[in-house]
Design a protein around this ligand. Structure first.
Ligand code: HAM
Length: 433
């Protein structure tokens, strides 16, 4: 071996970064269908699509999500651009929507939905990625608990539309500035007494973020959390009334839930209503398929006027894993309906597939002047139900053989008649004449 760097150093093919994944056909057909289902429901609930940049001024997240939150301290992809601006790839979708609200001041209530990648430097494992994707919804400008019910119902209806049945909704309230500070004092003194019993991570971090201890999954913290004071039992009057109205609204909507005073979310902006949907068919620890809540103080934290808000986000990958675990929402076949076989040079195929596509028909052909045998084989494999076949005799007569690939029957038809039929009916399937 020589000391010279090898000539092919760096010629190794780069792969997608750790914790990321490609979404490609045919699996991507499920993504299309999932996003379409969410878009349809969101529209029905009166939301419009909002699309904000994939990166923001880092302060949007530092102030929005909280400087002490794990998402900001450990997981955010923060960087300086070439002009020295401090930017961050979005770790979540809510703070950018509220930033956009503060910037544009649309009339309230402002109701939006989104579909977006989110970036978090997490320990990659099943259902946990460094780039994941969310569909989500946010409603700004009203404190009305009926809106909490609408937002939760939207998430519920979305999972139902995909066919998911093993979904458990937990509901909690994180109080407001009236009741939370006194509670946090009480929780702090309780945790100070039990500091030695906490898991290593929370023994070090509990004083910065005491509520995280409550939903730590480790046995040590669990024992302490089980006896800890809970905010849900110490809510002020208005927060109690708010939660009660949300609960009766969910009952009326037929949305099943359980109260869980230990439910604490990983982002610091929440006030009052918080909730999480678990896919109970998922075996991994990452079973949260969606979550959200109120963030009545977030607009102010981002320099805007006091504006309450509520929303949720749902991880597309997790939702699809839950669908797999339940055996629902299979990938839709996107096979062509018609395969055009042309052994006369390809010009007929070129023109016919174009005409068929413009008539609304999924049409395919082969390329590179392949033999009749090869093209027919491709037609069979494509999943098409009809083959339109053009050989020298058909070219001469401006006609085509129309073969029903399922029944094995065939007829010959003038091409112009065939295309007129395609335009008139939108299909060349048998029985459509
Ligand atoms: P979140 O709970 O952090 O909330 O994320 C929402 C959902 O995104 C989770 O329930 C999960 O399905 C998915 N998710 C989160 N992290 C990952 C990951 N590393 N890999 C795969 N999936 C993941 C939020 O992001 C809030 N913005 C939700 C919200 C909207 N609250 C109010 N409005």
């Amino acid at each position: 071996m020589s000391d010279e760097p090898s000539l092919d150093a760096g010629s190794e093919a780069p792969r997608s970064p750790k914790g990321t994944h490609d979404v490609l056909p045919p699996e991507s057909a499920r993504w299309e269908a999932l996003i379409a289902a969410f878009a349809q429901l969101a529209t029905r609930y009166g939301l419009g699509l909002a699309h904000t940049p994939a990166f923001e001024d880092a302060r949007v997240f530092r102030r929005g999500i909280g400087d002490a939150s794990e998402v900001v301290t450990k997981e955010m992809y923060e960087f300086e651009d070439r002009s020295g601006r401090r930017l961050a790839l979005r770790p979540e979708g809510t703070a950018p929507i509220v930033r956009a609200y503060v910037q544009h001041r649309p009339p309230v209530p402002w109701r939006v939905w989104y579909v977006t990648p989110a970036f978090r430097y997490e320990q990659a494992q099943a259902g946990r990625y460094r780039q994941h994707h969310q569909v989500g919804a946010e409603v700004l400008g009203t404190e009305d608990p009926d809106v909490d019910v609408e937002v939760i119902s939207l998430a519920h209806d979305f999972y139902a539309a995909l066919g998911l049945t093993r979904v458990a909704l937990r509901l909690n309230s994180l109080g407001d500035l009236e009741c939370r500070p006194a509670y946090l004092e009480e929780l702090r003194s309780y945790l100070a007494e039990h500091e030695g019993e906490l898991c290593d991570e929370h023994a070090a971090t509990w004083s910065r973020n005491p509520m995280r201890v409550l939903d730590c999954k480790r046995a040590a913290c669990r024992a302490v959390a089980d006896k800890a004071p809970l905010l849900s039992e110490r809510l002020c009057g208005p927060c109690t009334a708010h939660l009660a109205r949300v609960a009766t609204g969910l009952d009326a909507a037929g949305v099943a839930y359980s109260h869980d005073g230990h439910l604490v979310r990983g982002l610091d902006y929440y006030t009052r209503t918080t909730f999480e949907f678990a896919g109970t068919a998922l075996e991994s620890a990452s079973d949260a398929i969606g979550g959200g809540g109120r963030y009545d103080l977030l607009a102010e934290a981002l320099g805007g006027p006091p504006t309450p808000g509520i929303g949720f986000g749902s991880g597309i990958e997790r939702v699809l894993l839950a669908c797999d675990a339940e055996g629902v929402f299979p990938a839709l076949a996107r096979d062509p309906e018609v395969f055009v076989v042309d052994v006369t040079g390809g010009e007929v195929a070129r023109d016919v597939v174009l005409s068929l596509r413009r008539a609304g028909i999924r049409a395919a052909r082969s390329y590179d002047a392949r033999s009749m045998r090869a093209q027919l084989k491709q037609a069979d494999r494509s999943g098409a139900v009809v083959a339109v076949i053009v050989g020298p005799a058909e070219l001469e007569a401006s006609s085509a053989v129309v073969r029903d690939l399922v029944a094995g029957t065939q007829t010959t038809e003038p091409l112009d008649v065939l295309l007129a039929r395609a335009r008139a009916t939108g299909t060349l399937r048998a029985g459509s004449t």
